[in-house]
Ligand binder design. Structure first.
Ligand code: F0G
Length: 458
């Protein structure tokens, strides 16, 4: 008999979860004004809000916490991280930051000015926020295939080279400070970018002398997909693939709360000494001195260790296998999801799930509230609320995809939890026609509104 798959780790510490009744949840969600960010964590049974900073650290990462060197300058934990980034990513310069958006803030302060254009593949919301905050524009050049959730395509995070070339050829070079490739592409469903596409984007940008950067939050998951899906990479190790990916770019911003499996942390990696010097000043102003950048020494050590663990094939196979496990269950139940499943989350196609609810009534958010009420599962809307308003017209932007994201924390939940989540969605799927109304916005912030907005029943 062929031996079944089993996780390459065992559990050393457990954290009890609290179940609740439907009546309790109905009360809590009203008090939260139908915004799941407003819930207390003990009002949630299974928390799939995000895979960011929610993973379980290993015993070796906890050992790093004890060994952390808390010196203000020249911390040994910093040098450990510097050497790891140098070896793994092949990047000579790096700046630690407290998380990914801080890396964006520092790098963009050094690179982006008003009126600039930053092409990329469906920039993440904080990334877009940091671009638009500087009165610059983020142009989405993702391939059209990403918009069709039923289409099986191995690399739905890819950039469309024609779309990109149009941006590069119709704008002055001085207005395009960088091109940003998000690996994997969170917004389009945790979808990977192929090595071929990275190579071609890099070559195209080089012709126009535009630097290319990664938003590298989930670079290791991207490398896993290249290994298992792209011809010529099946025999390469994850670390060889990672090194090749980074060889095509000039630098990266990193949210270490994802693929480095830490609860807090980020960094900027780069090749150019002049850019490093310029960004260093902003880092000192916004984050902290160059050898800690808003983190404790212990965090730097855990991050270095996490980068090594996050780039192990067996770990990635278990991690992405669990996402695929949930995706397969939902597909078996007939629930429409973004196919194929991505690296960190299953994305339910809310537009198809609740096709009878008008888009103005926020289909994905409606489904998020239903899922919470059904079983205490917290998910997140990746749709109209997240897309924000157009900065010029102030009209709502209705994105092509209206998704409900079930983001799976790393090494934290078992497949029994996934079964539970799938059953909750199945129950809602079976009674979907009885959901007659969605929600409307009562109040919202001018930018990145989804975190703090209040809703009411439509
Ligand atoms: N880039 C990507 C692709 C991300 O997914 C995130 C965060 C960031 C940058 C910002 O990093 O949170 O460390 O400041 N994504 C989280 C999520 C919040 O839930 O997808 P951060």
């Amino acid at each position: 008999m062929e031996l079944p798959f089993a996780e390459p780790y065992r559990i050393k510490v457990v954290e009890p979860l609290r179940k609740s009744t439907r009546a309790e949840r109905e009360d809590w969600i009203i008090k939260a004004q139908y915004n799941l960010f407003n819930l207390r964590s003990d009002q949630v049974f299974i928390d799939l809000l995000t895979d960011s900073g929610t993973g379980a650290m290993s015993h070796l990462q906890w050992a790093e916490i004890m060994q952390g060197d808390e010196s203000y300058a020249g911390s040994l934990s910093y040098f450990k991280l510097r050497d790891t980034i140098n070896t793994l990513l092949g990047m000579p310069y790096f700046l630690p930051t407290h998380q990914g958006r801080a890396a964006e803030n520092v790098l963009f302060s050094a690179m982006i000015k008003a009126g600039d254009i930053v092409p990329g593949n469906a920039h993440f919301d904080t990334t877009k926020g940091h671009i638009e905050f500087r009165n610059a524009v983020a142009v989405d050049c993702t391939i059209e295939e990403a918009q069709d959730t039923t289409l099986i395509h191995p690399f739905k995070g890819n950039l469309d080279l024609e779309k990109l070339e149009k941006v590069l050829s119709t704008n002055p070079k001085e207005k395009i400070p960088l091109c940003l490739i998000t690996v994997t592409c969170n917004t389009s469903g945790g979808q990977p970018v192929s090595m071929e596409n990275i190579r071609e984007v890099s070559a195209l940008c080089r012709r126009y002398r535009i630097p290319v950067f990664f938003d590298a939050a989930r670079f290791a998951e991207n490398a896993y997909f290249i290994k298992v899906r792209e011809k010529g990479y099946e025999h390469k190790s994850i670390r060889e693939i990672v090194l090749e990916m980074f060889s095509y770019v000039d630098g990266a911003t990193m949210s270490s709360k994802k693929d480095a499996i830490v609860n807090i942390g980020g960094f900027i990696a780069m090749r150019d000494k002049a850019l490093f010097d310029k960004a260093s000043t902003f880092n000192i102003m916004f984050e902290g001195y160059l050898t800690y950048g808003g983190l404790a020494g212990r965090d730097l050590g855990a991050l270095a260790q996490g980068l090594m663990e996050g780039t192990e094939f067996e770990y990635l196979e278990a991690r992405i296998g669990q996402v695929a496990f949930l995706g397969k269950k939902l597909t078996e139940y007939g629930i429409p999801i973004q196919q194929p499943t991505g690296g960190h989350a299953v994305f339910v196609d809310a537009k198809k799930f609740l096709s009878h609810i008008p888009k103005e009534e926020l289909q994905a958010q409606t489904l998020a509230v239903e899922l919470y009420l059904e079983g205490g599962v917290r998910s997140v809307e990746i749709g109209t609320l997240l897309a924000d308003r157009d900065p010029v017209t102030r009209e709502n932007r209705y994105p092509a995809l209206e998704l409900l994201r079930l983001a799976i924390p790393r090494r934290a939940y078992t497949n029994n939890h996934m079964d539970y989540v799938a059953a909750c969605l199945k129950n809602i799927w079976d009674r979907r026609d009885s959901i007659r109304k969605g929600y409307r916005i009562v109040s919202e912030a001018p930018i990145m509104r989804h975190f703090t907005l209040a809703l009411e029943k439509a």
